[in-house]
Write a protein that binds this ligand. Structure first.
Ligand SMILES: *Cc1c(COP(=O)(O)O)cnc(C)c1O
Length: 346
């Protein structure tokens, strides 16, 4: 069957999610998941009927939370589906390209590859910012520029001035997609206020991280109406299961939002604890992080990673030389991880 598949698919190496990588342990800090397992009520009503394509209560609730109009919101199966929809909506296969800036989230490349869309890369600068002159040199033929802030896996924020300059540079030619999967951990850094000025801006959001609903598969695109309307031409007819809407609306209720904000404060405090503890260790360099994870450079990251793994502490090996990405868990998980690493480096 292999040779029946499209050539692009034959050549494709699928995304190695933390789930696919396996492992056995009791501390899972490898997928930027939330440690909070919140409870929801599912009615089970109306399951005999198809769901609405874009359920009104969900769109309104997220628009309110994000501070935009409902016609500027699209919901999909996670932010990952938004990435696919944008590529399918805007890129001509075999003709247009996307551009992104590694080290960054892996799905931009993989989604483009599965649709036969070329990939251009302009690595981030040494301090993990956008290399603006280099992007300008590469911009011809690019329809979508993906940038991620806070960036996964480095954890830093991108300079807002650069994002604005990028929006100016691409005006009328390409969309700038700002991936804000972790923005709920630092809401003041959002670019959502730029939507009024830039018709070529699209912002990705998700319930998977701060809202502690990775298993729900619910994400959003924020953009101006024309962009949303185009994406709605491409989306599946019933992308949002009825129970997903019920649960997401509870998470976006007044009580749900208060709980999320409380849990964000808690996780941000744990991140500070982990950062302070790690930065005192010899042979460890911690980078400032704004999401629910930290990137840490170790003298012998391979050995440390596998020793942790063998002892049931599952972290994420980063493609960046010598680095491990640690998700921020509950205080107990952070303490256990820090204590173990301290013993290993002593
Ligand atoms: C987790 C993540 C996503 C995907 O979110 P889903 O809504 O779970 O699909 C997108 N972008 C980045 C940077 C992420 O880390």
């Amino acid at each position: 069957m292999e040779k029946l598949a499209r050539k692009d698919v034959q050549a494709l190496t699928p995304y190695l999610s933390a789930r696919r990588l396996g492992g056995q342990g009791d501390v899972w800090l490898n997928a930027n998941e939330s440690p909070f397992n919140n409870e929801y009520v599912v009615s089970g009503n109306s399951l005999n009927r198809y769901s609405e394509c874009q359920p009104d209560p969900l769109i309104r609730a997220y628009a309110d939370y994000a501070g935009v109009r409902p016609d500027q919101v699209l919901t999909s199966r996670g932010a990952d589906e938004s990435i696919e929809l944008l590529i399918r909506t805007f890129c001509e296969a075999g003709e247009d390209s996307i551009l992104f800036c590694p080290p960054t989230y892996g799905m931009y490349a993989i989604s483009a590859e599965t649709f036969g869309v070329a990939r251009k890369t302009v690595p981030l600068t040494e301090d993990w910012q956008l290399n603006m002159p280099e992007i300008e040199k590469q911009i011809d033929g690019v329809k979508l520029v993906f940038v991620c802030s806070p960036n996964n896996p480095t954890g830093n924020l991108l300079n807002r001035d650069d994002i604005e300059a990028l929006l100016e540079m691409t005006a009328g030619k390409a969309l700038v997609v700002v991936d804000e999967a972790y923005i709920d951990f630092c809401p003041e850094a959002s670019t959502v206020d730029l939507l009024v000025r830039y018709p070529n801006l699209a912002i990705l959001r998700t319930m998977s991280k701060a809202f502690a609903l990775a298993g729900l598969r619910c994400g959003f695109t924020l953009a101006n109406t024309q962009v949303i309307q185009l994406m709605l031409k491409v989306i599946a007819p019933y992308p949002v299961p009825v129970p997903v809407t019920e649960i997401a609306c509870q998470a976006l209720s007044e009580m749900g939002l208060a709980r999320m904000k409380y849990q964000v404060l808690d996780l941000n405090a744990n991140r500070a604890y982990l950062q302070a503890g790690l930065s005192m260790l010899p042979g460890a360099q911690v980078f400032d992080g704004y999401g629910n994870y930290l990137l840490v450079k170790f003298d012998d990251a391979d050995l440390l990673f596998s020793t942790l793994w063998d002892n049931g502490i599952i972290l994420r090996r980063s493609p960046i030389e010598g680095c491990i990405r640690i998700s921020v868990g509950n205080r107990e998980e952070c303490e256990k991880t820090l204590t173990f690493i301290r013993q290993q480096l002593a």
